[in-house]
Design a protein around this ligand. Structure first.
Ligand code: KG4
Ligand code: ZN
Length: 351
């Protein structure tokens, strides 16, 4: 069972963890959310600087808490794709420097592969083939997993990611950043049926609609129009009803298309991961619909939905088990698709 030190710095959470196979020995996260909240979103330059300041203490913290020294780990890993280029570089350079100093192998990890691996942070391992709904601030994807490193994307958003839509709508409602938790809190006590909202669909060139793809831009515009009309009428905004209606339609659209995709693919397990997977309404609806359809389901543990280094460690352990190592000169790739994750372990990476 390999033991790995893993770092995560792809966006606005600085994180370190020591993971043994699928067990988290220690994990530490320094969130920059408050700092970016002033600007209404992540400022890349600030993110890089904060990662640089936070990482040494986080690494020290997980080494002390786990009792595993850096000479005792089997490898040192960091997220190297996709994400903010400067932010990724901080984690990657730190991990590669430590790997050199302690003479350990280095593994670059794909951030989406790490989110997929977060579902393995459960007493029961996931085996065989399954469908993953990956919903984060940057991605909304339906991924068929046929084994470690074997992924096929079956659905995606054509515009905003689900988390991005939560963030933008929260801003329209004046609820602050990050929008997901703010909308979830406001939706409590609201009526999810108060406002009918569109379930954006993606047209196919040959007619009809794509069965598994998503579009959230129309929903965002519908929310904007609704808010403007309510403001013009001079009444105060019914924030709880607006938040609950929005949360409900996003959850329905995600769950309906995922369940249909799993059924069409003959897959009997549906897995929910990523920052938006922290949403309770989404978790609940997925469980209800999957059970009604006789589909097995799993959601990533709440603590490992939003960005963290434990999931990077699990992904690295899986790759290590398959004999993968990254070249020490590996760069970072801000836009590498998940399907190309394997190239992080080639002597000549594809980017
Ligand atoms: O996975 P993540 O931490 O970072 C990325 O890889 O993007 O996801 C962050 C996203 C943000 O858009 C945030 O608003 C959303 O996840 N999020 C939520 C909740 N918690 C975080 N969305 C809905 N409900 C939540 N409880
Ligand atoms: Zn993420």
């Amino acid at each position: 069972m390999p033991t790995v030190l893993a770092l995560e710095t792809s966006c606005d959470e600085s994180a370190a963890a020591i993971v043994r196979d699928r067990t988290v020995l220690a994990s530490a996260i320094a969130s920059q959310v408050e700092e970016h909240a002033r600007w209404g979103g992540v400022v890349p330059e600030i993110a890089s600087r904060r990662h640089l300041e936070a990482l040494p203490a986080l690494i020290e913290q997980v080494v002390v808490a786990s009792g595993v020294g850096l000479d005792a780990v089997d490898a040192i890993a960091a997220t190297v794709a996709p994400g903010l280029v400067g932010a990724l570089l901080v984690g990657s350079v730190t991990a590669r420097t430590l790997a050199r100093l302690h003479d350990r192998p280095f593994l670059g990890v794909h951030h989406l592969e790490a989110h997929l691996a977060s579902a393995q942070l459960d007493p029961e391992p996931l085996h065989g083939e399954y469908l993953v709904l990956l919903v984060s601030g940057g991605h909304t994807e339906l991924v068929r997993v046929d084994g470690p490193g074997r992924y096929r994307r079956l659905g995606r958003s054509h515009d905003d990611a689900a988390g991005e839509c939560f963030d933008k709508v929260a801003r329209l409602l004046g609820l602050g950043y990050p929008g997901g938790p703010a909308i979830e809190a406001m939706a409590r006590g609201g009526d999810p049926q108060a406002f009918p909202l569109p379930k954006g669909r993606v047209s196919l060139p040959e007619g009809g609609f794509h069965p598994y793809d998503f579009s959230f831009s129309g929903l965002k515009t519908a929310m904007l129009r609704r808010i403007e009309a309510l403001r013009e009428s001079g009444e105060g905004l019914p924030l709880a009803d607006l938040a609950a209606s929005f949360e409900q339609v996003v959850a329905e659209v995600l769950v309906e298309r995922s369940c249909r995709c799993a059924a069409d693919q003959g897959l009997n397990t549906l897995v929910l991961v990523g920052g938006v997977a922290a949403n309770r309404r989404l978790r609940q609806l997925l469980a209800e619909r999957a059970e009604r359809q006789g589909l097995g389901w799993r959601v990533a543990p709440l603590a490992w939905c939003t960005d963290n280094a434990a999931m990077v460690g699990v992904a690295a352990c899986q790759r290590l088990d398959s004999g993968c190592r990254s070249p020490i000169a590996l760069g970072v790739a801000p836009r590498l698709p998940l399907g190309d994750a394997g190239c992080l372990y080639d002597s000549q990476p594809c980017f």
